[in-house]
Structure formats: structure tokens, C-alpha cells
Design a protein around this ligand. Structure first.
Ligand SMILES: *[C@@H]1O[C@H](CO)[C@@H](O)[C@H](O)[C@H]1NC(C)=O
Ligand SMILES: *[C@@H]1O[C@H](CO)[C@@H](O)[C@H](O)[C@H]1NC(C)=O
Length: 164
């Protein structure tokens, strides 16, 4: 079973996502080349940013808030950021890369996350930004918490400037 919420690459992901443009101009960056190659980053990407909420529960029945798991996930994202390759592949199929870089608790059972997301397949980003998109509950092994993702609120979207 894939684990869409559990991939944490720490500071590396922050450096990488913050430096995508300079990676194009600085081909001698071994670090960024290596990260881009191992993630199989598409050359032409569609992307979106914004915020979304997720609720955390102690069991798959989603009846009791997992206050500790929500706290730990938020804390981890604020400290380390999170880069998720093949984010929610159960919903989108492969190839969506999600970067989560800020989190705030907004109620006892809900966190708000700031995201930037990218894919080589435009319809995956259309689907992600659809306010009616539903996400099945998923288990996060790292925090032993069941998460329900709510729709992603895309505040800004970009298309490749050079189309393939
Ligand atoms: C989305 O990106 C734009 C442009 O960089 C930025 O101004 C905005 O604050 C971002 N929004 C969020 C929610 O991250
Ligand atoms: C693009 O994503 C959609 C799902 O949003 C999928 O149905 C389609 O097969 C994907 N296309 C390619 C070329 O992977």
C-alpha cells in the first residue's frame, strides 16, 4: 500500500523546490540534478498553489479526532516541509508531486496546509483544483493517523510557458 502522506525529505525538499528556476540555469548543480532525476520531474509542468484542510482521526471510521497525530503532522511540516511524490496516486494516478511547506491547526480535528503541486499532466491539476473532488480516507503510518483530505483551494495556477 502506498503511503501518500508520509514522505518527508526535510530541508532537501525545501532547497529543491525553492531552486527550480536556478536549477535550469545552473546545470552543474549535482544536488538538484540528482533530485530532479530521481523524482523523474517532467520538463513541462502544470502547477498550482493554495491551501487545503485535512481532518485527522484515530481510526478508519473517522469518528474520533487524532489530536496528537494532527499536532505532530503540522509540527513536522513546519519544521521539515514535506515533498510527496506520486501524491494521492489512488485518486490522480502517478506523477503528481506535492510540496507542503506550512501548517496551522484550525480546529480540534482539522489542520490547514499550504501547498504547491505540480504535474506533467494538466488534467491531474484540473482534477486537484476541482472544488468537488473527493478523497478517500488514507492511513499515515508515520503519525498513526487516518486523514481525510478536503478539496484543494487553488489560488494560483501556472502552465508551461513553452508547450511541448
Ligand atoms: C501562490 O503563489 C503566488 C505567486 O508566487 C503567491 O503570491 C501566493 O502567495 C501563493 N499562494 C499561496 C497560498 O501559497
Ligand atoms: C492524465 O491524468 C488523467 C487523470 O486526471 C488520466 O486519466 C490520464 O490517463 C492521464 N494522462 C496521461 C498521458 O498519463
Amino acid at each position: 500500500m502506498f503511503s501518500p502522506r508520509s514522505i518527508a525529505l526535510g530541508a532537501l525538499s525545501l532547497m529543491f523546490m525553492g531552486s527550480t528556476c536556478s536549477a535550469m540555469q545552473v546545470p552543474e548543480s549535482l544536488l538538484l540534478d540528482s533530485v530532479a532525476q530521481s523524482l523523474a520531474l517532467p520538463i513541462y509542468t502544470w502547477s498550482a498553489n493554495g491551501t487545503h484542510n485535512a481532518k485527522g482521526y484515530t481510526t478508519e471510521k473517522a469518528d474520533v479526532a487524532d489530536v496528537q497525530g494532527l499536532f505532530e503532522d503540522c509540527e513536522n511540516i513546519n519544521l521539515n516541509r514535506k515533498l510527496a511524490t506520486n501524491f494521492r496516486s489512488d485518486v490522480f494516478g502517478p506523477g503528481v508531486i506535492g510540496f507542503f511547506y506550512k501548517c496551522e491547526k484550525i480546529s480540534h480535528d482539522t489542520n490547514m496546509y499550504w501547498f504547491t503541486i505540480s504535474s506533467g499532466n494538466r488534467s491531474q491539476i484540473d482534477q486537484l483544483c476541482d472544488p468537488n473532488q473527493k478523497y478517500p480516507i488514507v492511513y499515515d503510518k508515520q503519525h498513526d493517523t487516518w486523514f481525510v483530505d478536503e478539496p484543494f483551494d487553488c489560488t494560483q495556477r501556472t502552465s508551461p510557458s513553452i508547450l511541448p
